[in-house]
Write a protein that binds this ligand. Structure first.
Ligand code: CA
Length: 230
């Protein structure tokens, strides 16, 4: 059973709640709708799974104990199908083993009933921020991901490399159009505001390769540079 994602407007955060306790489910729909979310409610796991696979959501709230498919099974099935929307599991069980099972199944967070609604709202806001954080990362082939906001590269091994503002701007330019070969002249214009000689581009490519490995930027002889391959 899906609620109407209606009144909150097209830019609202989209939330799916899977909860078989009708009173609690209705309360949560009202709460999040009042806070500007577009909310769908499913009262059993099969329906929740169908909705999560067929509609885009910014976050999920999933009750652990559900008829048909339980909450952890639902999450595990979503993760196996590469649905990465962040999820918070609600549960009546508070033991450490249950918490670990929830996180293992692919939940990002876990809240034990009964809970304070303010805490639930805060945790769902945190899930949403995490989703945005992931969305703004630019893939760098085999070198990891660029986070343009913090000027950092997140390496596949979990490491983090800090870049200067100029290095970040150059790498962002290359990573935003990864297939394209960028001429030194266009990079000088776009990254260095045309202020320096073209050799400034070579200098900053050298800095990036020193920090991130030689493969991060490819030289295209006689033309310029492009992002390195995987
Ligand atoms: Ca339940």
């Amino acid at each position: 059973m899906a609620g109407t994602p209606g009144e909150a407007g097209p830019s609202a955060r989209r939330l799916l709640i899977v909860e078989d306790d009708r009173d609690l489910g209705d309360m949560l729909v009202g709460l999040f709708t009042d806070h500007g979310y577009a909310v769908d409610l499913a009262v059993e796991g099969q329906r929740g799974l169908h909705l999560a696979l067929s509609r885009p959501y910014d976050a999920l709230i999933v009750d652990r104990g559900l008829p048909v498919i339980d909450g952890l099974d639902l999450l595990a099935r979503l993760r196996r199908r590469a649905v990465t929307v962040p999820a918070l599991v609600l549960t009546a069980y508070g033991a450490v083993a249950d918490r670990v099972a929830g996180l293992d199944a692919g939940a990002e967070d876990y809240l034990v009933k009964p809970f304070e609604v303010e805490e639930l709202l805060a945790r769902v806001r945190a899930l949403h921020r995490r989703n945005l954080d992931l969305a703004r990362l630019l893939p760098l082939g085999g070198a990891g991901w660029l986070d343009p906001e913090s000027h950092a590269v997140l390496r596949p091994d979990g490491g983090r490399v800090q870049l200067s503002a100029r290095e970040c701007r150059l790498l962002r330019e290359l990573a935003s159009r990864p297939k394209q070969v960028h001429t030194r002249s266009s990079l000088r214009q776009r990254v260095f505001d045309g202020a320096s000689k073209e050799s400034v581009v070579d200098t900053y490519v050298y800095y990036l390769r020193t920090k991130l490995g030689t493969g991060v930027v490819c030289t295209v002889r006689g033309v310029g540079y492009r992002l390195g391959g995987p």
